[in-house]
Design a protein around this ligand. Sequence first.
Ligand SMILES: [Zn+2]
Length: 340
Amino acid sequence: MSTQVPQALRIRPATAADVAGIVQLLARAGRGGKGAVLVLHHSDQGNERALRNRTLDGCLLLAEIQGKLAGIAGIDLAQAALSDLVVGTVPHKSTVVDALLAGALLERAERLALAFGVLHLRVAVTAGTIPWFLPRAYRPGQAVAGAASLEDGASLHVLTRSLRRRQTRYARLVARIGEELGIPGNYGQLHRLQLQNEAGNLHSIGLDVFGREQRMAPRAAAAWQRMSRAAVTQGIELQPVSAWRSVSYQQGLVQRKLEKGLALDAILQVSAAPGYSEHHTGRAIDITSPGCTALAEEFAHSPAFRWLQRHAPGFGFELSFPRRNRHKLAYEPWHWCFRN
Ligand SMILES: [Zn+2]
């Protein structure tokens, strides 16, 4: 099927800069409007703030054909549901292409849901679109209390699909470890954290502040070296505390804290669940500076932190967990991730 989708098709996560275009496309498509193969639900129409929030979590996907916006798929993490699937506006007119485009978008949206650990995906659709979903393994689900209905009076039918068979071996391993540690199955969904793959190729960045060798993914390692050298020329010494960590290392970390009698909730405030830590990718690094206690909030008051705030983005590093972050995790001024 995918071979028939136009070659110029590109599906990518939306950014904040796309929001205005999305609002326009939703308005043009209209619910069940002409040219729209599928319009499930777009209560976000006109609600730019809600759309912006979902771009932060990567939960909105855009399909572009020849660089023009041709479709949208969205995941509502709180509901574990496909919230939008809109296709068929510009720049083509063929319903065949529209159906293929919708299929490609749905496929990517399912993969995205799985990345957040969602195993059952819901959709609320009008009766007319049910036949499109049935061959795609969606089954009539439980009617939801106070079931939604469209403004024009058409009622919505809830379908669900189990994504278990689409789970990767890695995702299954992470789920099993999480279960053993007592971590809730909807951890990724709750904290808006995606599974992080373990890096295979790693380069040494030398010794950390405790004398242990640390490694990072090649491009992140090179960026770290450039950044720490630039800091030195301005009188700032950046020291690594921890960079790449495997899933089993993270598992041991949580396990040891549990054995010390710490509550799981408290542990998960400061340590990501195994499988969900950016450290697995080799792109994240915990940083300290002489005179600071490693991994303590006081780092936020150091000249090194002020230097990072100003200069780290120029080297491709971003602070992952600022104060009051949307992941509902503790403030970590020391944790920077290479996102370039
Ligand atoms: Zn960290």
